[in-house]
Ligand binder design. Structure first.
Ligand SMILES: [Zn+2]
Length: 460
């Protein structure tokens, strides 16, 4: 058993933005573009939706997205994405967004009690790869992978999705049974990582509702809430205008569109408009830090997080900026890797990155895995190298190397596009929501754990 230290610093310097500003100003590509449209794309233009996606919105506000993809054959991935998560809970509902997700598998109008699970098992679906759900701060996503060769099975799969959208039963006995299931899930997750995270998140999210609404919630509330408070969360936030249905797979698009219409167009419009609030993570003066130790931690690491408001990345210019930042992080990470291979290196490994952490917050990170007594030296090395970059930049060779790697990956994706299996990452799913939200980092969402529930043993 080792004693580990984690340190998070919310710094205000060394952001990829300030460094990227040394790059040439955003202009149209100067090299011969591969297509005419790339040559004329304006940086303020919205990134167009894949033309192979059929999309629509019903009068009740629900959006849908359909894309045919031949691999794997006779399979489809279906999603119900709800633009609601733990951030919308009131204090006495802490943990109930996740609780609703559990109740979706404990009885709905057409699948009472455990019939949903029984049906899914009867068609050979396995929890984990075929059925899944997660709750995060800002959204809740339900996922099914189903065979497409039997129309009645496909129809029933959409009926399950529809029931989740507006027909969860909330049977009193089932609610009370589920309290123990969730508490057990929480207990099993109380590993070193979770315990240390508990000390980091309030610092990272300081001054924000995000610090007080972790998706797993408050176990005292989970044990004692009144049933009405759970039903209220469902009524308040499972609204068609906050939902999207997504289908990708080996099927006839028109037939799928008909199924989606049959199941979702008739859901009643929400009676009165209820604004879905958003919450910021405010800037804090100076540098914040958290130090957490745990005797069960498997290692020691140090990380610097530079917080900044999330930007709109739905435009060509936004995509270009992401690319610049990807190049930057790639070059800096490559330097760290080289340093880590030297004898007596200041860290075991290190990396740089930038991304959306929760909906309103982006973070630029520098992180290192270090020896138990190496936090200070590791931190020093991260800053020294980052400052070196700020002062002297990168060499053309470093840029070329990272560019080539990225280009190789992109070219491969294009070459393989007809053989790429249907895979709806949470990111791609939620990116289709009208809010264009991105699903947060894995640590900020709560996927159900295997063995934690008496019926649903899966995880993402
Ligand atoms: Zn769960």
């Amino acid at each position: 058993m080792t004693t580990a230290k984690w340190l998070i610093v919310g710094a205000t310097c060394l952001t990829a933005t300030t460094l990227a500003a040394q790059q040439p100003a955003a202009t149209a590509p100067t090299q011969a573009p591969s297509t005419a449209s790339a040559a004329t794309a304006s940086l303020t233009q919205k990134i167009p939706l894949d033309p192979q996606i059929t999309t629509g919105q019903f009068a009740n506000g629900l959006h849908y997205y359909i894309r045919k993809n031949k691999k794997p054959e006779q399979r489809a991935e279906l999603r119900l994405v709800v633009n609601a998560g733990s951030i919308l809970e009131e204090r006495d509902q802490s943990g109930l967004a996740h609780f609703v997700e559990h109740m979706a598998f404990n009885g709905t109008k057409h699948f009472p009690k455990q019939e949903t699970v029984k049906f899914l098992e009867s068609i050979g679906m396995r929890f984990g790869p075929s059925v899944n759900a997660f709750t995060s701060f800002d959204e809740t996503v339900y996922m099914l992978e189903v065979p497409t060769d039997k129309p009645d099975v496909l129809d029933k799969a959409f009926l399950i999705l529809e029931d989740w959208a507006h027909n969860v039963s909330f049977d009193d006995t089932e609610i009370d049974k589920e309290r123990g299931v969730i508490t057990e899930e929480w207990r099993l997750r109380r590993g070193a990582g979770a315990r240390m995270q508990d000390k980091q998140f309030p610092i990272l999210f300081k001054g924000s509702r995000y610090a007080e609404r972790l998706p797993i919630g408050d176990m005292e509330v989970v044990q004692s809430f009144k049933h009405e408070r759970l039903k209220k969360f469902y009524e308040d936030w499972y609204r068609p205008e906050l939902m999207a249905v997504v289908a990708v797979g080996d099927f006839d698009k028109a037939a799928i569109e008909t199924l989606i219409k049959n199941h979702f167009e008739t859901i009643s419009k929400s009676p009165a408009a209820k604004l879905r609030p958003t919450y910021d993570v405010p800037k804090q003066p100076g540098t914040l830090y958290a130090i957490a130790t745990d005797k069960e931690a498997s290692g020691t690491s140090v990380a610097v997080y530079s917080k900044m408001p999330a930007r709109d990345q739905s435009t060509i210019g936004g995509y270009r900026q992401q690319m610049v930042e990807r190049l930057f992080a790639g070059m800096l990470s490559a330097r760290f890797s080289e340093m880590a291979q030297k004898p007596d290196a200041p860290f075991l490994g290190a990396g740089a990155g930038r991304g959306q952490f929760v909906r309103p917050l982006e973070v630029s990170t520098l992180s290192a895995g270090v020896k138990e007594d190496g936090v200070e030296r590791g931190l020093d090395a991260l800053f020294t190298e980052a400052l070196r970059v700020e002062k002297f930049g990168f060499t053309a060779t470093e840029l070329d190397r990272v560019k080539r790697n990225i280009m190789r990956g992109l070219e491969q994706a294009v070459t393989e596009k007809d053989n790429t299996p249907s895979s709806l990452s949470p990111t791609s799913t939620s990116a289709t929501l009208p809010t264009r939200s991105r699903v947060p980092a894995s640590s900020t969402k709560w996927a159900c754990t295997p063995g934690s529930s008496r019926r649903l043993r899966w995880r993402r």
